[in-house]
Design a binder for this molecule. Sequence first.
Ligand SMILES: Cc1cc2nc3c(=O)[nH]c(=O)nc-3n(C[C@H](O)[C@H](O)[C@H](O)COP(=O)(O)OP(=O)(O)OC[C@H]3O[C@@H](n4cnc5c(N)ncnc54)[C@H](O)[C@@H]3O)c2cc1C
Length: 464
Amino acid sequence: MAEKTAIVVGASMAGLLAACVLSEHFDRVTVVERDTLPDGPEIRSGVPQARHVHALLVQGQHLLEEFFPGLSDELTESGAPRFTWCRDTCYFTPGGWIKRFDSKIQTNMIRRVDLEYRIRKRVSARQNVTFLTGRDVRGLLADDANLRVTGIEVTVRGAQDVEQHTADLVVDCTGRGSKTPEWLVALGYDAPRETSVKSYVGYATRMYKKPADAPDWTVLFINARSAEGNPRGAAIFDVGHGEWMVSLGGLNKEYPPTDDDGFMAFARKIPSPTLAEALSRAEPTSPIVGYRIEGSRLRHYDRLARRPEGFIAMGDAVCSFNPIYGQGITVAALEARELDAALHRHGTANLTGFAGVFQKRVAKTLANAWVLATGEDLRFPGTEGDRPGFAARLIQRYVDQYAKVSFNDELLTLTFIKVLNLAAPPTTLFAPRIVARVIALTFRQWRGMPIAGQDGTQIPAVQG
Ligand SMILES: Cc1cc2nc3c(=O)[nH]c(=O)nc-3n(C[C@H](O)[C@H](O)[C@H](O)COP(=O)(O)OP(=O)(O)OC[C@H]3O[C@@H](n4cnc5c(N)ncnc54)[C@H](O)[C@@H]3O)c2cc1C
């Protein structure tokens, strides 16, 4: 039987996860990447977002552990703090500080460069995976009738050389800036339609030396609050090795400044004073770096009327989210799991029909994350995008009430944390026993019992 081959374009998280899965199904997998890949956990130009805080959601870490057994222990041993959600996280939501208790849910606090490097090492150790770096993919090759993609055309960086590489399946993992829509048009197909929710997000990030008398949390996370018209939020992540990574974030063009005074002035305007207080006692160890992104964008590859066979897209190339919700890596991992399942069902002997089926699975897989990210962003008046209809507004009212009454309740907090971590679907918030609890707590609130009213000044102590 002829050898079966696959090419993955882009060696970031989606590309590495795709390559890992494809190596189980194809004889040979080639990962083609524009950057020269460093032999260590270093920033590279193709992934500038690695300078900013990256949360690895519970579901994401669970899936990464499935793909790469032992990864969580490896991260812990390398100094990436392992922490327990709720107990070690101080989280100021629109409802107030959530209760601190032992949720038994654990993940690692990661540095993005470190995670990518460890996964790259594991993928490159696979015998049938090859990396071709310093190569800029500039188009797709197709058969004479343009019905099937047969490979890619590549320019070698720093040289005039053009290379052609062929494969049975080509996977686009080139991220948000993917040129696939143009490549499809060049082959005579329509570009996919796009849905955008433009919340105009800005990040500013700085490293600090963790103070010797640092508080007892691993994460301090403060949400922006639409109800109070405050589009500013922030996070301090204890990334290990005695360092804090601090990112300030603003929505609706409230971009955090990258100069010392502006950075601190912005930190003082976020909804809780605890972050600015913590920073005033810590020593900065790096310059401040900024990042701006338009918002969330979804390309509807699942709805293409015509598509070439032998070509699929994954990760940010399909959907990139407002990063504040920390979903991108987890969604890429969920899509990789779908890729594995789809290849098990379809096989690689004849890939006709595979691309259409897979893109439909991708669209389903990312739908919950899309609803969570865009639903929240659309609460802010300066966000551009289709506003929710009547039914969705009712749901939002319920979620608002949930936030107001849930913060001091372990069951409701745990449910909320699982949904945010993509470990449970948003529908879990509407399970009968959860709704009953929200109603009961709402009545308690109406009867004057003090449930809400936290102003964000006091970080709660761990209970239990
Ligand atoms: C500021 C910020 C913060 C974020 N925070 C989080 C977080 O907390 N948690 C989380 O899960 N996610 C977060 N994300 C999202 C996360 O970084 C991405 O979702 C994740 O990296 C998966 O993206 P990807 O692999 O699809 O694309 P990318 O990471 O964008 O990688 C694309 C790769 O393709 C290569 N490439 C591009 N074009 C070509 C070409 N023509 N030829 C060859 N190679 C090419 C690039 O060099 C790069 O290596 C954040 C994003 C940003 C911007």
